[in-house]
Write a protein that binds this ligand. Structure first.
Ligand SMILES: [Fe+2]
Length: 289
């Protein structure tokens, strides 16, 4: 297959598209690359079926879209096949902790978060383990002009340690309180401030750059002051019309734009193992409006 006529099939009104008629083992010709790039700009996330990739081939595909990140600093995910950029993301059958089981964009607690994430399925549970996506431009566009204007003046403080918490002084589902306390200490100070409304550098659309978990508060506001508005925005992100749900199969690969969508790894397959390979790349970041 020469990847000269790919097919793009949207999955919902705003979010996600499946791409067919492409074999990612082959180097992407320029036209196919541009069409995939356009699809991800239009839909925030794209999905490929029935691929049969080595870690090196997955990495080569990801590198068309930016510089692959090694990011061994905060992660316990190790490189695969001697490729530090290809991380193994595993949930064991007896693991109670679910990685990424909340609406988030990858690495938003860094000043320069990942632009794209490329996730390839290696081992899947018999059912469950889907990933959901919600488009940050659909969320922004759905707000009233008055609220849009108010939010454009705000910034969100994104805090790494919140991934392991479920509110003040409490551990996230499946974690011990001791693990939570250790996590808060380990990731103390790992946070970044980003505009709450920003312009996507490629699509030119405005996005609501908000994660209900990583966003601790609005800059200059207390957490208590921030929570009521954050609760409202959480409902906007989670509105079913703004989302799509991807069901993984053997050979599935997803690529999403962390500047355009949030994602949510469903925690519904306890007792089964799930193993994925992830590559993240960085590129031009969001622009303040
Ligand atoms: Fe994630």
């Amino acid at each position: 297959m020469k990847n000269t006529a790919i097919t793009v099939r949207p999955m919902s009104a705003y979010t996600g598209a499946e791409i067919f008629d492409v074999d990612l083992r082959e180097p992407l010709e320029e036209q196919a690359y541009l069409e995939i790039r356009q699809a991800i700009n239009d839909w925030g996330a794209v999905f490929f079926r029935a691929q049969n990739l080595t870690p090196a081939q997955q990495l080569a595909f990801a590198r068309r879209f930016g510089t692959a990140e090694e990011d061994t600093h905060v992660s316990n995910m190790t490189g695969v096949d001697g490729l530090p950029e290809v991380k193994e993301v595993t949930k064991e059958a007896d693991d109670l902790r679910n990685i990424g089981g909340f609406w988030h964009m990858d690495q938003s607690f860094y000043d320069l978060p990942s632009s794209f994430s490329v996730l390839y399925a290696r081992e899947l549970p018999p059912n469950g383990g889907d990933t959901m996506f919600s488009h940050l431009s659909a969320a922004y566009d759905s707000l009233s002009p008055g609220l849009q204007k108010t939010l454009e003046g705000l910034s969100g403080v994104h805090v790494r340690a919140h991934a392991d918490s479920s509110g003040i002084n409490s551990a996230a589902s499946g974690l011990s309180f001791e693990y939570y306390v250790e996590s808060v200490a380990r990731f103390a100070g790992m946070e970044a401030t980003h505009p709450l409304v920003a312009m996507h550098p490629e699509s030119g659309r405005k996005v609501l750059y908000f994660s209900p978990v990583y966003t601790d508060r609005f800059e200059g506001w207390t957490r208590d002051e921030s929570l009521p508005l954050m609760k409202y925005l959480t409902g906007v992100l989670g509105k079913p019309e703004h989302t799509c749900r991807f069901r993984w199969e053997e050979g599935s690969m997803a690529m999403w734009d962390n500047r355009a969508v949030v994602h949510y790894a469903l925690d519904d397959y306890t007792g089964h193992r799930r193993m994925m390979h992830r590559v993240t790349v960085n590129g031009p970041w969001l622009e303040r409006c």
